[in-house]
Design a protein around this ligand. Structure first.
Ligand code: PLP
Length: 375
């Protein structure tokens, strides 16, 4: 049987990984500055992570959400502590970022009994039915998904948002604190604060999509914490399981759950929780958010004189190097000649890097040297 051919593939076959490195089937070693789209948070095959999953697997890997699972409570408690969200939010566990967003817009709509969603230009929220309909990319929206009441507005234009909300039918506003796929643009603090105010005053849920920017990637647990605003609902996923499919939604305590409101077969399984708890434990023990801030400062200083570099976008280790030329050829040379994985975005001049949160200065020195050789 052939695979349904939807992915343009690089010709590399990783078979082994450790920390910030992967090895291919020919034994070549690659520096992984992309972490499989920002998924690898605590580093590939981290010993504590491996041990936690192996131990859990030998006890019980899965049972349904119809039974008690104390691991979910442990995950929620540790997440509350490390994120600073404490008991102000409650956790619903699922398996992917798109699923987290589906649940977020659904909870909002249940809560205020409205249905229109405001999302933003260049935003990306996933590929399932609701999530893709709030994504600003008509090419990936099938006719069946095109009927949701969604309004896409320019980022940072608060007057536009106010005008739409004044119509009275808006259920939620969804926004990425740092755009990932769209190319690392960010809402300003002033915009987010006004957005919080206008949504609160009009019974509209504010959803801050932290699927990519959350879990320490920005240097704070959630990227919106750089702006001192609070969301009603926070979807998250990528870094949560360090590669194990774990997603979740934090729902503010002002929103009441009811039995049967949401559900999933796989979300919050014993294995998923073991992975998620190990990630939180390692983030805390190894002070990974501090490392993110330290490496960010170092990296920005080192790259500033690179030829052709216009700006460094993003926060923490969710960064984009914007050049005055398209980067596709540069990315190819980095991967094939220098054995370094990087990412692209819808901005063709942007080289995206999303390394593991415990990447070291010495790893980035290799990247900077490669860029200096190539530019
Ligand atoms: N939201 C954001 C901000 C994302 O970057 C992504 C994936 O890139 C998603 C949602 C969708 O996540 P998933 O691919 O796990 O469904």
């Amino acid at each position: 049987m052939k695979l349904f051919d939807v992915y343009p593939l690089y010709d590399v076959t990783p078979v082994k990984a450790e920390g910030a490195y992967v090895w291919d089937d020919k034994g070549d070693k690659y520096l992984d500055l992309y972490g499989g789209h920002g998924v690898i948070s605590i580093g590939h095959t981290h010993p504590s992570y491996k041990a936690a999953i192996e131990t859990q697997l030998s006890q019980i890997g899965f049972y349904s959400n119809a039974i008690q699972n104390p691991l979910q409570l442990e995950l929620a408690r540790k997440l509350g502590e490390l994120s600073g969200c404490g008991d102000e939010y409650a956790l619903f566990l699922c398996s992917t970022g798109a699923e987290a967003n589906e649940n977020a817009i659904k909870v909002a709509s249940f809560e205020n009994n409205k249905s229109r969603i405001i999302a933003f230009k260049n935003g990306f929220h996933g590929r399932t039915s609701g999530a893709v309909s709030i994504t600003d990319n008509p090419k990936i929206i099938a006719p069946i998904n095109a009927h949701n009441p969604v309004t896409i507005l320019p980022l940072n234009d608060i007057e536009c948002v106010k005008k739409e909300i004044a119509r009275g039918d808006v259920s939620s506003v969804i926004i990425e604190p740092i755009q990932g796929v769209g190319g690392l643009d960010q809402p300003t603090t002033a915009f987010l604060k006004e957005l919080r105010k206008v949504t609160q005053e009009n019974n509209v849920c504010l959803i801050l999509d932290e699927v990519q920017s959350g879990y320490g990637r920005s240097g704070k647990f959630f990227a919106h914490q750089h702006h001192d605003v609070k969301a009603d609902i926070i979807p998250m996923a990528k870094g949560m399981g360090n590669g194990f499919p774990v997603g979740g939604v934090l729902v503010h305590k002002s929103i009441e759950p009811w039995s049967g409101m949401l559900g999933t077969t796989f979300g919050g399984s014993h294995l998923a929780c073991a992975a998620g708890i190990a990630v939180l434990d390692v983030m805390k023990e190894e002070k990974l958010m501090e490392n993110v801030s330290e490496i960010n400062t170092y990296f920005k200083e080192q790259v500033k004189s690179l030829p052709g570099l216009k700006q460094v976008k993003g926060l923490g280790l969710m960064l984009g190097l914007e050049f005055d030329f398209e980067v596709a050829a540069l990315r190819k040379k980095l991967i094939y000649d220098h054995k370094i994985f990087t990412g692209g975005s819808s901005n063709k001049k942007l080289l995206r890097i999303l390394p593991p949160l415990n990447v070291r200065k010495s790893d980035l020195e290799v990247f900077i040297k490669a860029l200096k050789d190539l530019l």
